[in-house]
Each structure stands twice: as structure tokens, then as C-alpha cells.
Write a new protein. Structure first.
Length: 316
């Protein structure tokens, strides 16, 4: 009986160790000889991955294109690229990769942050970090439109007189973050809220809508900002690092498919914060498939066929 118990104990442990050897979503169906695009579990990352795939299939109809669209973090996207399981990442964010993959201190200057990740990914990972789609998805303090109008709120600094009476709902992880977390917020803005309630970030919008919170910390391109009629307060003292979104590709795949650079550059500056909010809203609120939203965006813009781009080597 004792030996049998040991066998059953060892079986799940062995299974977990084997499972840990591969990333989720990566299996025999992934064609490592073609273009393999990573996405993510968030609506935004899914939309962008289908957008990149649609562009590649439009301009390179004979290329083998596959997608891994369930990687839940920037770290997993990075591991897939480093491990050779993927060669294009559709959605990476400067602030996230600066402190994550590169392990550097946060930077609040958008240009400096971008230049730093471009250099870092080039030198350390042999990857090309492309120019931004045109929007940034960063932490943002949100209030209802009615509350903003009643109190004449436009910036985070405008909260200074009200803050001691406000209930704030924030992302769990934000409380312990270094550089742009709770402690840094108090130091930068010089005030605190009456009560701060840590919660899953997906719950803050409903909490604000239900009047259980007076202010919440969410994401600037979340579709619920539009659907709930919320107002994003300007981070006027630049607490939060820039999280500009860009595609990333390995140099190896760019050498194999030279046209891919032009394809990805055609997406430069094509999506504003408001446009990304609207696309996220379509998926989350109207329940339109992310692939359909991306396809519609590309078709409406004729796949940016008339857009002229400047090659990266001519920008240095």
C-alpha cells in the first residue's frame, strides 16, 4: 500500500516536470519553419496578433503563417521567441519589457524608453523592436464622467483636495510594484486616499460603475472605459512609465522574409488610444471575435497599401 501511494505521488510530479519543459500553447501544430506569431490572453494582444497575421497573409500569401495566441504574459512571449517556438511577437510594451526582459529601471521619458528597448533587444536578444502602433496601454486612474465634471477633474494632481475622502480600487500587483507602484505614487503626488482596496484589475471597472469605489486604477486602452463612460485622468507628474505597444521580430525571420520589415512598418502609427479602446470594446462588450475586429480594421484601411515606409536602416 505504501509503495502504491508513492507511485501515485510521483506521477503528478513527473507530469508537472514534463509539462514545464514546454510553453503553454506550443505543440506539434506549430510550424517552426515559417512565420510564427505570438499573441496573448488579453483582448488587446489577440486583436494585434490577428492584425499582424492578416497583414502577413495579405502581402505574403505563399508564406507559412502560424499563431500562438494564448501566452499570458510578456515573459512567456519572450520565452517563445528565445526558445525558437516563435519569431514574431505582435504586442510588446516598452515599460513592461524594460523592467521585465531587460531587467532595467523604469524610465518615464517615452523616447528614451523606446530607444533603450530597441538597443537592448538588438544587442542582447538579436531581435528587432519595431516602432509603435501609435498607442500606449498604461496604468491610468479612472473616475466616472459625472464625478469628473462635478469636481472639475482632468489630472491626477486635481485630486489632492478630494483624496482624503476617496475610496480607491487598485490592481493587486500595483501595491508592491517598485518604481511606479503605491509607494512611488504617494511620493510623486504627495497625497494618499482614505482607503485603498487591492483587487483583481478586471474587477475595478465594475466596482467603480457600482459606486463601490470613487476612483480606480485600470488600463488606459480598456474597452470598458468607453462602455462605462469613464474618464482617464492625465498622469501629469508622469508616475507611470510609457507602455507604447510595438511588434517585435527576430533578425533570423527578417532575413528569411525581407518583406516582413515593410509589412510591420506599415502598421506604425496606425492605431490611437481611442481606436484601441474601441476595438477592445467590440470584443469585450459586443462579443465580436478578435479576428473579425482585426480583419475589419485592415480591410477598412486597405491593408495600408498606399502607405510609404522608411526602412529601419535609413532611420539611424
Amino acid at each position: 500500500m505504501k509503495n502504491r501511494f508513492k507511485k501515485w505521488l510521483l506521477f503528478p510530479l513527473t507530469f508537472l516536470l514534463l509539462a514545464a519543459c514546454s510553453l503553454p500553447g506550443l505543440g506539434a501544430s506549430v510550424n517552426n519553419e515559417g512565420i510564427v506569431i505570438t499573441g496573448g490572453t488579453t483582448t488587446e494582444m489577440q486583436v494585434l496578433s490577428y492584425m499582424v497575421r492578416g497583414m502577413v497573409e495579405h502581402y505574403l500569401p505563399d508564406a507559412s503563417v502560424d499563431m500562438v495566441n494564448n501566452l499570458g504574459s510578456s515573459t512567456l512571449n519572450h520565452q517563445a521567441m528565445i526558445g525558437g517556438d516563435a519569431n514574431v511577437s505582435a504586442a510588446r510594451y516598452t515599460g513592461t519589457s524594460l523592467t521585465g526582459e531587460l531587467g532595467l529601471d523604469p524610465l518615464t521619458d517615452p523616447v528614451l524608453a523606446f530607444d533603450t528597448v530597441v538597443k537592448g533587444f538588438d544587442e542582447r536578444f538579436n531581435q528587432v523592436w519595431f516602432p509603435s502602433y501609435g498607442f500606449a496601454n498604461t496604468y491610468a486612474f479612472l473616475v466616472t464622467r459625472e464625478f469628473a465634471e462635478e469636481n472639475n477633474l482632468e489630472t491626477v494632481s486635481d485630486l489632492v483636495a478630494l483624496a482624503p475622502k476617496l475610496r480607491a480600487g487598485v490592481d493587486n500587483s500595483w501595491m508592491e510594484r517598485e518604481g511606479d507602484g503605491y509607494e512611488a505614487f504617494k511620493e510623486t503626488y504627495g497625497f494618499d486616499f482614505q482607503r485603498v482596496y487591492p483587487m483583481q484589475v478586471g474587477l475595478v471597472y465594475d466596482a467603480l460603475q457600482a459606486d463601490e469605489m470613487d476612483i480606480v486604477l485600470g488600463y488606459s486602452t480598456d474597452g470598458r472605459i468607453a462602455s462605462y463612460g469613464l474618464v482617464v485622468l492625465e498622469d501629469d507628474l508622469q508616475l507611470f512609465p510609457p507602455y507604447d505597444a510595438s511588434p517585435v521580430a527576430t533578425k533570423e525571420i527578417l532575413e528569411a522574409y525581407p518583406e516582413l520589415e515593410t509589412i510591420l512598418l506599415k502598421l506604425e502609427g496606425t492605431v490611437t488610444d481611442e481606436m484601441m479602446q474601441a476595438m477592445n470594446y467590440e470584443v469585450d462588450n459586443d462579443l465580436v471575435e478578435a479576428q473579425t475586429v482585426a480583419q475589419t480594421f485592415l480591410e477598412e484601411n486597405n491593408y495600408f497599401e498606399d502607405k510609404e515606409v522608411t526602412p529601419l536602416k535609413e532611420r539611424k
